[in-house]
Write a protein that binds this ligand. Structure first.
Ligand code: SF4
Length: 949
């Protein structure tokens, strides 16, 4: 055995290996180099080509996995196949069900419930196998351990690998165990020199194999110095002397930011500066991305500054972060709730609203499907209390298709029948036949068809990376179809989709870039055996580097330690070693991390800061860290303004206007256009939970019933009792929300009852005791014409109050279930009609001024004799102050203020019907668009983006 060679991280390992191979170019092919991973092979080949200056037969360069496969000889055995996780789980499922004592009793009897457990079991068994542990060793180690179901693992370990062999299946761990056991120098006899380079930690199989290879005198080894190396090498029988790290340290900068996006923006700035000062970065620079979730922000906000050929991404991106997964997730939710052809309404709509689905073209038009979905949602939201949808009923709803075809316009042959066929075909593609797809393989094939449909028939291909995502989905579904689990027959669609969802959630999209050109973007482990001049490390937080204990393990840490398997501690040591090697090997390092929100700097960053303090002999590292701040801006493109045609202007002149319509115009003229001109209704989202608006409608109905007996006569205070409220609330609640008696619903009903009781006893009764209150009418609709335009109001309640002095006033009351007075504030005293910017600012709603004016007109009384007020029912402590008056009843200028309101409505109408003023989108999209029902149509379902300051 030759003495190991230890190199410092700043030395070039690849170059040193090239030195060891020598320059006898004609014999180079007789040499073997083994690295832990695949990437260094590219650099070594290039280095050899550079040194030789001519074409030479290169040495054989293998990763340790490739070497093991070669020694195990699997590739020489016909009909043998590598078992994937779904093959392994199918075998384990069968074995587990045959055991006398099973994990979780009967809990994991079904395949779909066993799948997550089976996946974890497979990983654990592979570790035992790669550790070359005998059945007896495993059983002894778990004997006496009462944690979890550890003995079951010993039972399965005894039978699992034999069961795989019977089916001609092998696993990676089986190869390692075979290679470690069977290795003899004859396996590598064709090589006259062997170099093992860049290794750090060894599994027991690797330990045996590496020891055996290094025992040969033709073998050399090269290791990179770093924390824990001496201990690791001792484990393979090598003894080395370690000294302090070299004095020469890299230039390290630390950048903290409030969150993950901030660090990406900071990195973008660093890259910009680097390009300005040194030109385009090359393969001597690396961005390390330990958390794959950061990859997309990185691509969008930092790498987008560089030409695409200037960088290479070699990283797996989680499949479940892709938009296509979003579609399958929604589809699986819907299918899981499917019963007798009915789907949960919210889940069904979530699928139909997915950007890929709503953009399925109708002919060459991409707006028709979207319009249909919008109209359908309007109709579904009208069916109060309906929680499910039946596809057949939607497809046979003649009114729905007539309305949708009308709104989509006649352009492009949008007939009722063609639209129906379009929707039927969409339904069939997405939801059809699932109830009969009973095996995992059949379901995977259906999913592949959906991916192809999205690929072939939608605009999804225009989305960045869609093709790559789609290919990975197809590969994953193909793997499922070919696996031993494919024939697994499951009882219900929800079981099938659980299996598919599990498989997708554990897959990732590969981004295999070329390692030899451009700025490299890698995970931390992919940097093994490589050194870079400039290193950018993202997500240098402790929950990422080293991370929080990794995947859940079935074997307790104590047993893992006893068996020599990886523990949390040994894993941390591995991360520390590679992180340290990466940093010490560089000339410049930029460490970026998020701080705050329970995010801590990585312990290795703390160590770097500590080293810096020691070197500078200062104990405050705060000035070593720069912080990045940024502000959030919304920069989604706004929709185009819509010009008024003469027909539209004519229509506008003839319309009857409600306060809702005027408010819509005030806040966004385009919203007014969509709702009032195109008559796209402000649809409600279908929902499962009772929301504020449901409660508002219930309370209105309760008050209508409670006060109906008093219409046309004076309220008798003794007749307004709390007891009367209870029964009415209960009946209305049951009629609207059904008889479900969950604790949450009972609590809600009791809260509403208490609130209504407080309203009667603390608000209504004191007023009725103090003065005569005659209920004039409830839920009354009134109309009036002002100038050339007709207006309509629907008033919750009109009452005539007569004070003890005999003075009568008409009161218009409007119930609001919210409790925030500012939401409804009207400041007629500040409104400057000539200054358009004051309109929306001081008139949150035209409702009360309009109602007061309409009622005064109809009652033929002076406007100042009408008092209009909101009744804020949502406040905590109910008393008479819940009335929010439009104008204080004692205000001597009340008449003038209402006249001002009338002039304002005239000005507003003049603008609405002005042919020269287009319907513009709102000037305050941050406030208006998120709560606007037309955000989908406008394309303002905003992705908040952030800009650097
Ligand atoms: S989404 Fe925004 S721009 Fe479009 S109509 Fe609504 S408020 Fe106006």
């Amino acid at each position: 055995m030759n003495a190991p060679r230890i190199v410092e991280p700043h030395e070039n390992l690849v170059s040193i290996v090239a030195d060891l191979l020598g320059n006898d170019w004609d014999w180079l092919h007789k040499r073997l180099v083994v690295f832990p991973g695949k990437r260094p092979a590219h650099f070594l080949r290039r280095e050899i080509a550079r040194r030789a200056g001519r074409a030479v037969l290169p040495p054989t360069i293998l990763s340790i996995d490739d070497l093991v496969t070669r020694i195990a000889g699997r590739d020489r055995v016909p009909d043998i196949r590598v078992a994937g996780p779904l093959d392994a789980v199918a075998v384990l499922y069968e074995l587990h069900n045959k055991l006398g004592t099973r994990m979780g009793g009967d809990h994991f009897r079904s395949f779909e419930s066993f799948l997550p457990l089976g996946t974890a079991l497979f990983e654990e068994l592979e570790e035992l196998k790669i550790a070359k542990l005998s059945d007896r060793a495993v059983r002894n180690a778990v004997a006496g351990v009462t944690e979890g179901n550890t003995p079951v693992i010993a039972d399965l370990y005894e039978s699992f690998y034999a069961a795989l062999e019977n089916r001609s299946l092998v696993t990676r761990a089986m190869d390692y165990a075979v290679a470690a056991t069977n290795y003899s120098p004859s396996h590598l006899a064709e090589f006259d020199r062997i170099v093992l380079a860049g290794f750090f930690a060894f599994t027991p199989s690797e330990n045996m194999l590496v020891r055996a290879i290094l025992a040969d005198e033709k073998s050399d080894s090269v290791f990179v110095a770093g924390p824990g190396l001496a201990q690791q090498l001792k484990g393979i029988g090598l003894s080395i002397q370690t000294g302090p790290p070299p004095a020469e340290a890299p230039d390290v900068t630390f950048i903290s930011s409030p969150d993950g996006h901030g660090q990406v923006f900071a990195l973008a700035r660093l890259l910009e500066r680097s390009v300005e000062e040194q030109g385009m970065p090359d393969e001597r620079s690396v961005i390390v991305v330990p958390n794959p979730d950061t990859l997309f922000p990185l691509l969008q906000h930092a790498l987008s500054l560089l030409p695409s050929e200037a960088y290479n991404v070699s990283l797996g991106y989680p499949l479940e972060r892709t938009p296509l997964f979003g579609l399958f997730h929604a589809l699986f939710q819907a299918l899981a709730g499917m019963q007798n052809g009915r789907l949960p309404m919210t889940d069904y709509l979530r699928v139909m609203r997915h950007p890929y689905i709503k953009s399925v073209p109708f002919g060459d038009r991409t707006d028709v499907t979207r319009t249909f979905i919008h109209v359908m949602e309007e109709r579904l939201s009208e069916s109060a209390g309906r929680m499910t949808v039946e596809l057949g009923r939607i497809e046979s709803d003649a009114d729905l298709f007539t309305d949708a075809a009308f709104r989509a316009g006649t352009e492009g042959d949008v007939t009722v029948e063609s639209l129906r066929q379009h929707v039927q075909s969409l339904h069939a593609t997405l939801f059809g036949g699932w109830e009969s797809e009973r095996t995992v393989g059949e379901a995977a094939r259906r999913c592949s068809e959906i991916v192809r449909f999205i690929h072939d028939r939608t605009t999804a291909q225009q989305h960045p990376f869609f093709r790559r995502f789609a290919e990975t989905f197809l590969e994953t579904f193909g793997t499922i179809e070919r696996s031993l689990s494919a024939g697994m027959r499951l009882d219900r669609p929800d079981a099938v989709v659980r299996v598919l969802r599990h498989m997708l959630a554990s897959s990732s999209v590969p981004f295999p870039g070329s390692p030899l050109h451009g700025l490299q973007v890698l995970g931390l482990l992919e940097t093994r055996s490589l050194r870079f001049d400039t290193v950018y490390v993202l997500d240098a937080n402790d929950d990422v580097v080293p991370g929080r204990g990794g995947k859940s393990r079935l074997l307790p840490q104590s047993v893992r330690r006893k068996l020599g398997l990886e523990t949390v501690r040994t894993r941390d040591e591995i991360v520390e070693y590679y992180f340290t090697a990466l940093v010490r090997g560089a000339k410049r390092v930029h460490v970026l991390y998020a701080e705050g929100n329970a995010k801590d700097r990585s312990r290795y960053v703390e160590r770097l800061l500590w080293d810096r303090e020691l070197a500078s002999k200062r104990v405050d590292a705060a000035d070593a860290v720069s912080s990045v701040r940024y502000r959030v801006v919304l920069h989604s493109a706004m929709p185009e303004s819509v010009a008024k045609t003469p027909e539209v202007v004519e229509d506008l002149r003839r319309k009857t206007y409600s306060a809702t319509a005027l408010d819509a115009y005030l806040h966004c003229p385009l919203k007014f256009y969509q709702g009032q001109v195109l008559r796209l209704e402000e649809r409600e989202e279908a929902r499962e939970e009772i929301e504020g608006r449901d409660i508002g409608s219930l309370v209105h109905a309760v008050f209508q019933r409670l006060f109906a007996p008093w219409v046309g006569r004076a309220l008798d205070p003794s007749g307004v009792t709390a007891a009367a409220a209870t029964g009415v609330v209960e009946e209305e609640f049951a009629a609207r929300f059904g008889a479900e008696r969950s604790a949450a619903r009972v609590l809600m009903r009791e809260q509403i009852t208490r609130h209504v009781q407080s309203f009667l006893s603390e608000y209504q009764r004191p007023i009725a005791e103090r003065m005569r209150v005659e209920i004039v009418d409830l839920e009354r609709t009134e109309e009036a014409v002002f100038g050339a335009y007709r207006f309509r109001a629907r008033m919750d309640r009109i009452e005539r109050r007569t004070d003890p002095a005999g003075v009568s006033t008409e009161h218009i009351l409007d119930y609001k279930t919210g409790g925030n007075a500012n939401d409804h504030r009207v400041r007629l005293d500040r409104l400057d009609i000539a200054d358009r910017t004051t309109w929306k600012k001081y008139i949150r709603s035209v409702q009360l001024p309009l109602y007061a004016l309409i009622h005064a007109e109809n009652a033929r009384i002076a406007p100042e004799q009408v008092s209009a007020a909101y009744v804020l029912l949502g406040v905590h402590d109910i008393d008479e102050k819940i009335e929010l008056e439009l104008i204080d009843r004692t205000d001597p200028a009340k008449g003038e203020r209402l006249a001002h309101a009338r002039r304002f409505i005239d000005a507003l109408m003049a603008e609405i019907v002005d042919p020269e003023t287009p319907f513009t989108p709102t000037d305050d999209p941050e406030t208006e668009c998120p709560r606007c029902p037309f955000a989908d149509l406008c394309g303002t379902t905003w992705t908040k983006s952030r800009s650097r300051e």
